[in-house]
Ligand binder design. Structure first.
Ligand code: HEM
Length: 194
């Protein structure tokens, strides 16, 4: 475990747990799962992946960006969303301005690739329990999980100073917070509408 991975995990562990417990994410791998909630999950994640793909555009030669397969994942998400009835616009609205600095790239890489670890389990669960649901996104994400070990190796050779480390943790934590905020906005909005 490297120092930056330790710090990232410490900075985001509570947020990860909170996100897993927030509707519609809490419906994944649960008996209460429905197609409507799945559509909401994909809508929130679409906003997240669009934000990162746009911030990483032009950085394809960067070793971390190379591990992410941003375009493939976005296309898979869009394919799944065309077959599910659900909200079209994602309320994900990232409040920080992302740049090409290594703190931001590492933070995005951490949250993006880390999500492939849970994604691997969710892909397996979907294919076993809900084989009729579209799974292009989770299947592609699960395939990217093999890059997690490479990401860990890469970060072990990187030395960030304290201010870079703080920026990196802030970006990662804010990504989680915004995922949760977008999930809340979407589910509140739909509850009001019904
Ligand atoms: C409700 C759905 C989710 C479940 C059930 C879930 C589950 C998990 C699990 C079990 C791990 C640990 C994997 C391991 O160590 O082998 C993990 C790691 C991680 N997940 Fe999730 N996850 C979910 C959603 C997300 C989302 C939406 C994101 C962000 C977009 C995310 C980001 C991460 C990160 C960054 C890690 C790596 C933590 C670390 O080891 O430092 N997860 N997840």
């Amino acid at each position: 475990m490297t120092i930056i991975l330790d710090r990232l995990r410490q900075a985001t562990a509570a947020e990860h747990t909170a996100l897993e417990n927030t509707p519609p994410f809490n419906a994944l791998m649960s008996a209460t799962f429905s197609g409507q909630q799945y559509g909401q999950v994909l809508t929130v994640l679409h906003g997240f992946h669009r934000e990162i793909a746009s911030a990483m555009e032009g950085l394809h030669a960067h070793p971390v960006v190379h591990m992410l397969h941003c375009d493939t994942i976005l296309q898979a998400l869009e394919r799944d969303r065309t077959t599910i009835t659900g909200p079209q616009a994602s309320p994900f609205n990232f409040p920080l301005s992302l740049s090409a600095c290594r703190a931001d790239v590492l933070a995005c890489g951490y949250v993006w690739l880390g999500s492939s670890m849970g994604g691997k389990m969710i892909a397996r669960w979907l294919s076993q329990q809900h084989p009729h649901q579209p799974t292009a996104y989770y299947a592609s994400l699960a395939a990217c999980s093999k890059n997690w070990a490479e990401f860990r190796r890469y970060t072990s050779g990187i030395q960030l100073n304290e201010s870079e480390t703080q920026r990196c943790c802030l970006v990662a934590k804010t990504l989680f917070e915004e995922l949760r905020s977008a999930a809340n906005k979407l589910t509140e909005h739909l509850t009001e509408a019904s």
